[in-house]
Design a protein around this ligand. Structure first.
Ligand code: ADP
Length: 549
């Protein structure tokens, strides 16, 4: 059903002739044990577990805007180094992925059309160390949340994994894109400790204590590599996240020891206007760590989307009017009438959990009509039961349900960062709701409070095979970013198609930060071969395409 299939395949990288390209690919095969695939057939969108590596299945632009030419899968650090050297020689842009499930943000696609994907996860997929005593692991890029979880179960070690909403992605890939999970270890990049990276010139670097050689240890670095993140000198790790400065081959993560018990709960609130007070009550509970996980505060519309598709609720045109929620949505959900629902979890032995639950309940029950529910008291299909898994480090795929809201459902996310205040939540809510009404989309708001801020996650669900739906999604995203920036709202992550625009909003002092990023880019990657354009960083070799500025 794709509307504009590309005709001339593979789609070549800019400025590379077909002959040179094909010669280059033949050489590439010799470097990676022949594990190269050319994308010279029709594009197949697949689905979450069979994600395409050839293109972005959830495209926001023309079908072939984000199309790769080939993928190679190195099997060792040395092979990755040789691929990087190869890219410099042939001037072919490469784009590393770990598993390429970055759905809604560009999937496995590169920013520059015709790039060669370096699939780090296919053959480099081992849990190199799982250390119970000091609660950490050292991973290769192909380790998914499911794999890590299974390995821990098999080993019998008393450790948890912090999982994001969908468990099929790579632990390294998610952390590098600064994804989040929902236990107290929810800040995935924040919980990493130590990296191994191949720079765009092929040099192998270890960060933090990893730079201290120690021939007596298993990995040849100091045995504190996964214990102390900083080492000595400038802390380099940050510049390798959401960046195009290198390919990560190993990464350490701190793991949460099994806390000795957990209780997931939900509280519903009856009125749309309760948002302000909910968030005001939330802030001290989060900052004081009474709620120690990353909770979800979801609007009833987001809730509806995991219990049915749009048609099952409403067959009218345009977004479901909020004044119809009571008769259209409420009767079909099991919770009774509500507008906001808060999911959270408390951890520890029973006495500790009970004390925390009491404090949290007393606080939120200041809001008239607030109602706390335990998972045991909900129907088997309740979303709360799937949250129990996520909040206790068990991977799950339930979140896939809401993509089915529309036929050919695709999603992208508008995800600004907000202070944890009622005023800010209401300001964001009103602006985002207004623009959804303007562009004709249902609005699915979720607020996820972290240590001192909230990620406001707005899932935009559109029909990718419907040109009008797709164009409206693109238009709305652009306007959300623009309007949001005027209110001081910056996105923490975005789809490839909006990375230039989002980066341009981080423009304090005439874009000094982007200038610094580009200076580093030019120094590390003078030939501009490593993921050019990622996060709006192009370096001197490239210029951002006009249509995306
Ligand atoms: P996941 O499958 O976990 O969703 P991806 O593999 O798609 O994640 O990775 C998300 C993004 O992170 C990629 O688009 C890429 O920009 C970056 N990335 C992933 N793995 C690596 C890596 N090993 N080295 C450098 N960057 C990476």
């Amino acid at each position: 059903p794709r509307t504009e299939p590309p005709t001339d395949l593979p789609v070549l990288p800019p400025g590379v002739s077909r002959n040179d390209y094909l010669d280059g690919i033949e050489e590439l095969r010799t470097l990676v044990d022949g594990d190269v695939q050319l994308f010279d057939g029709p594009l197949d969108d697949g689905w979450y577990l069979h994600r395409p590596l050839s293109h972005d299945a959830y495209t926001l632009d023309s079908d072939d805007y984000f199309t790769n030419s080939a993928v190679c899968a190195p099997g060792s650090v040395e092979q990755v180094q040789s691929v990087v050297v190869w890219a410099n020689k042939w001037s072919i842009p490469i784009y590393p992925i770990s598993m390429g499930r970055n759905l809604g943000y560009g999937g496995a696609s590169a920013r520059v059309k015709g790039s060669v994907i370096v699939d780090m996860g296919k053959r480099m997929n081992k849990v190199l160390e799982l250390n119970e005593k000091n609660a950490f692991c050292l991973l290769e890029p192909g380790v998914s949340y499911y794999t890590l979880y299974d390995e821990i179960q098999k080993s019998g070690k008393n450790l948890w994994v912090d999982v994001p909403d969908l468990g099929g992605g790579s632990v390294i890939g998610n952390a590098l894109d600064r994804g989040v999970g929902y236990t107290p270890y929810g800040d995935h990049f924040g919980m990493h400790c130590g990296m191994e990276i191949i720079l765009p010139n092929g040099e192998l670097v270890r960060t933090g204590m990893g730079a201290l050689p120690d021939a007596t240890t298993e990995h040849g670095s100091a045995n504190t590599w996964q214990l102390f993140p900083y080492g000595f000198g400038p802390y380099a790790d940050g510049i390798f996240s959401q960046s195009n400065y290198g390919i990560v081959t190993k990464m350490g993560f701190w793991l949460m020891p099994d806390p000795g018990g957990h209780q997931t709960l939900q509280i519903t609130f009856p009125r749309e206007d309760d948002l302000h007070q909910i968030v005001e009550i939330m802030r001290p509970l989060k900052i004081n760590n009474i709620i120690s996980n990353v909770p979800h505060l979801r609007h009833i519309m987001q809730e509806a989307s995991v219990y049915g598709d749009r048609k099952s609720f409403w067959d009218g045109d345009g977004p479901i009017p909020h004044d119809r929620i009571e008769d259209v949505i409420v009767p079909k959900l099991w919770m009774g009438s509500f507008r906001w629902i808060l999911y959270f979890c408390v951890y520890g032995p029973e006495v500790v959990r009970k004390a925390h639950i009491q404090v949290i309940k007393d606080e939120f029950y200041k809001i008239p009509g607030a109602k706390l529910t335990y998972p045991e008291d909900t129907p088997p299909e309740s979303y709360l039961r799937s949250r129990v898994k996520i909040y206790s480090g068990t991977p799950d795929l339930r979140e896939l349900d809401w993509v089915m809201w529309l036929p050919n459902g695709s999603h992208t996310a508008f995800s600004p960062i907000s202070p944890i205040t009622g005023d800010d939540a209401v300001k964001q809510y009103n602006m985002t709701k207004r623009l959804h009404e303007k562009w004709g989309f249902d609005y699915f708001p979720t607020f996820c409070p972290g240590a001192r801020e909230m990620h406001h996650i707005v899932m935009i669900i559109y029909d990718r095979y419907d040109a009008d739906s797709r164009a409206r999604a693109r238009g709305m995203m652009q306007e959300l970013v623009e309007e949001g920036a005027k209110l001081g709202m910056g996105e923490y992550r975005t789809h490839l198609a909006l990375q230039d625009q989002v980066m341009a909003t981080y423009n304090y002092n005439n874009g000094a930060l982007l200038k610094m990023h580009n200076t580093i880019k030019n120094a590390l990657d003078p030939n501009g071969i490593m993921a050019p354009g990622k996060s709006g960083i192009w370096g001197d070799r490239w210029t951002a395409p006009e249509e995306h500025k």
